[in-house]
Design a protein around this ligand. Sequence first.
Ligand SMILES: [Fe+2]
Ligand SMILES: [Fe+2]
Length: 201
Amino acid sequence: MLDLSQGFERYDPVWRAAKPYMRARKNDVHIPLSFAWAAQLLETYTEADRDICLLAILLHDIGWHSIDMQDIIEKGFSGPNMLQSDVRYLHEEEGVRLGTEVLRSTAWDDATIDAVCEIIDGHDTRPDPRHLNDRIVRDADKLWRFDVTGIAVACDWFKLTPGAYAERLEDQKDKLETEAGRQFAAQTLAASRNTLMLHVL
Ligand SMILES: [Fe+2]
Ligand SMILES: [Fe+2]
């Protein structure tokens, strides 16, 4: 993992402004981990826009703050249509609304705000990503789940054992958007399988 303690200070005011919206759904764990994955992907994809990718991953899920936790689990994380459920669309709309507020209050320009909001709006529900920035944010959004921490959190969301969830990740690892993302997913999942003793459990 990259060291995020230096070189990312320009985003500190955004973290502080977004903090009140980050406890929902353990986003205060998901977002820092996914932010680090976005930073890692940006080391490979240097042609992507760093500010837009990092701000979009930082703010993409703060819209969950506006949605009842029971609804999140019942409608947003189970069933065959979970990725198209109303709460999924709602968390994107609310993410655009709250994200715009956060970025305005931290003095980002309109062009950056528009580009970040374009990614937030549809990050779960739009079938295909539109460009490299979008693809990097989508991969960073998923990569944290391949690590032990992500497996631990997602197991609870989806009511699965670590072994059953790892099987689901085996399918998902090849569907990431970028080549680097697919490699990180495969390596991280293999390491998590070892750590969690999934060859036995
Ligand atoms: Fe989301
Ligand atoms: Fe997310």
